[in-house]
Design a protein around this ligand. Structure first.
Ligand SMILES: O=C(O)CCC(=O)C(=O)O
Length: 252
């Protein structure tokens, strides 16, 4: 969408320089390689950096360091004045507008969002390549049971190891400054930062049945998967999930 953010003050205001000048000392969480790695939980990270230093880094250098699902508005509520929720849907999740930052070459491994909300992802700076697959292709993507992710690298897919990928039909697009991508509930997305940049995601609810399904998925991931990993050891449990994913896909 080209006009989703047409009326936002943020469009002419937010930039690396704007954030850096105002909030250089904010400590922000940063992620390295994708979160599907063995032993990493869904969205946690121990690494933190000063926002000013992080912005300098991504403005000038290719880097894998990303800020993922960052609710910057919790720390700087005034920024919420700079955008509005366009009334093309009802029931935005207004508590959780998230920002995403990344340097050139950063990638976000294929996953779908645990809360199953619809997402409107508006790009401010830089350019991103996005690959999307509908939920009907979860098995073709070798989804790890109980989780919202897989071990497939959609940026460099190994078709020998994951042959069913060849049968999945998805979408590939680029989002540039000022453009908004709609990611429907449950859609898989893989993202590659062609240039360093940042984006805002506004989320919308999808109704009670999907909310209940999201509850089940949260229980599976945050309770069952987490405890299985603790019980069996992260590496062993990850390898077991990978085997299950391969078995399911070969039965297609
Ligand atoms: O743009 C990004 O870096 C990630 C976006 C994403 O994964 C999401 O909106 O769920």
């Amino acid at each position: 969408m080209k006009n989703f953010s047409a009326d936002w003050a943020a469009k002419n205001k937010w930039s690396f320089d704007y954030f850096k000048a105002r909030y250089p000392d904010l400590m922000v969480p940063v992620y390295g390689e994708a979160f599907a790695d063995t032993g990493k939980s869904y969205t946690s990270t121990d690494d933190k950096m000063l926002f000013g230093d992080y912005l300098d880094l991504i403005a000038n250098t290719p880097t894998q360091l990303r800020m993922f699902l960052f609710n910057i508005f919790k720390y700087i509520p005034d920024l919420c004045q700079d955008f509005i929720y366009p009334d093309i849907v009802d029931h935005y999740v207004k508590k959780h507008p998230f920002m995403f930052f990344g340097g050139a070459t950063s990638k976000v491994d294929a996953h779908f969002d645990l809360d199953l909300s619809h997402v409107f992802l508006t790009q401010f700076y830089g350019k991103k390549k996005v690959i999307l697959f509908g939920p009907e292709y979860s098995t073709h993507l070798y989804r790890h049971p109980l989780t919202v992710s897989c071990n497939v690298d959609l940026g460099n897919p190994d078709f020998n190891k994951y042959p069913k990928l060849l049968e999945a039909r998805g979408y590939e697009c680029e989002i540039n400054n000022g453009e908004t991508l709609f990611i429907p509930s449950g859609y898989w997305h893989y993202i590659y930062y062609v240039e360093g940049g940042f984006a805002l995601s506004l989320r919308a609810r999808t109704g009670l049945p999907r909310l209940a399904l999201a509850g089940i998925k949260m229980f599976n991931l945050l309770i069952v998967d987490y405890n299985m990993s603790r019980l069996l050891g992260a590496k062993r449990w990850y390898a077991m999930k990978e085997q299950m994913a391969i078995k399911r896909a070969s039965a297609l």
